[in-house]
Write a protein that binds this ligand. Sequence first.
Ligand code: NAP
Ligand code: ZN
Length: 349
Amino acid sequence: MTIKAYGAHAGDRPLEPIDITRREAGPQDVQIDIAFCGVCHSDLHQARGEWAGTLWPCVPGHEIVGRISAVGDQVTGLQIGDLVGVGCIVDSCQHCAECDDGLENYCDGMVGTYNSPTADAPGHTLGGYAQQITVHQRYALRITHPEEQLAAVAPLLCAGITTFSPLRHWQAGPGKKIGVVGIGGLGHMGLKIAHAMGAHVVAFTTSESKRDEARSLGEDEVVVSRNAEEMAAHAGSFDMILNTAAAPHDLDAFLALLKRDGTLVLVGAPASPHPSPNVSNLITRRRAIAGSMIGGIPETQEMLDFCAANNITADIELIRAEDINQAYERMLKGDVKYRFVIDNASLAG
Ligand code: NAP
Ligand code: ZN
């Protein structure tokens, strides 16, 4: 089946219309007509070749929502017409310890929604900036939000789970003070989710202009991280700081804000490394630096259900597929409140 998509042929070229093929639904597959796809900063990193190993052509997109249009004969629990989402994972080995624990995101055989080797043409996976996708049923998530929220649900499939998973793992909740660094796509979801979990939430931003706007996202306080005095007022007080910033920066400024045994969790994946932190900031209070990558399939379902129950969606700006290059430029300037989402109907022309 040939369908329309948007992709890049090289890191120094803009995204452009491209025809791609999808496999027919196999016995375990669902085929999805994609309604909307969120635009993650990882899409930009990959499409511009900022991380090593981009496979061309690159069709990004791993915040996919849509309706099932075909199912294989061994598919159970999902049927034609169901609203589903696909996040960053479209396959994994399905038998290692990580897969058995529902942490397919840490499986060595994880197949990313785009840019992973696969048997399908052209030899690597192609993502959600496309009219359709075919995935194994294990990786299709049920959406229980009202259908009119569908576009704003799309970003939950990456930005939502990437913040939910570490917030839950490090037990954000009542009595905990949680920081979220970088009020972009991931960060604004982190604020909403941490607030719904019952934590005291502090937003850290480099943008003075977000100080007041951020107020509606569920945080209790906003700190402009370029202001040393504001930072110092929070010294030694956080249980956990979730750092989503997409660019390298000084981590010591945030380590100093952690309590004894506090953890700085890095989820942002800048193209070049952060400057090395000062070891004394770790050892003097038994602090830790950790990382976290998206989330497993069961916890992604749990996150979607949690967000539906708490009426959480992303704040989005809906765009047409042909606006994607301009959207990337605006994302680099932090000029998006807070996630671009492609209306995939625009791919039809
Ligand atoms: P985004 O929407 O562009 O947001 C990133 C935010 O980082 C910006 O809005 C800005 O917030 C802040 N920032 C930018 N430059 C900064 C700097 N020099 N110092 C401090 N903060 C800075 O990007 P996103 O889609 O949320 O993605 C964020 C990062 O996470 C990307 O690197 C992406 O690849 C990565 N990611 C990782 C995972 C994972 O599994 N670990 C999953 C998805 C994405 P302020 O204006 O508020 O400062
Ligand atoms: Zn992403």
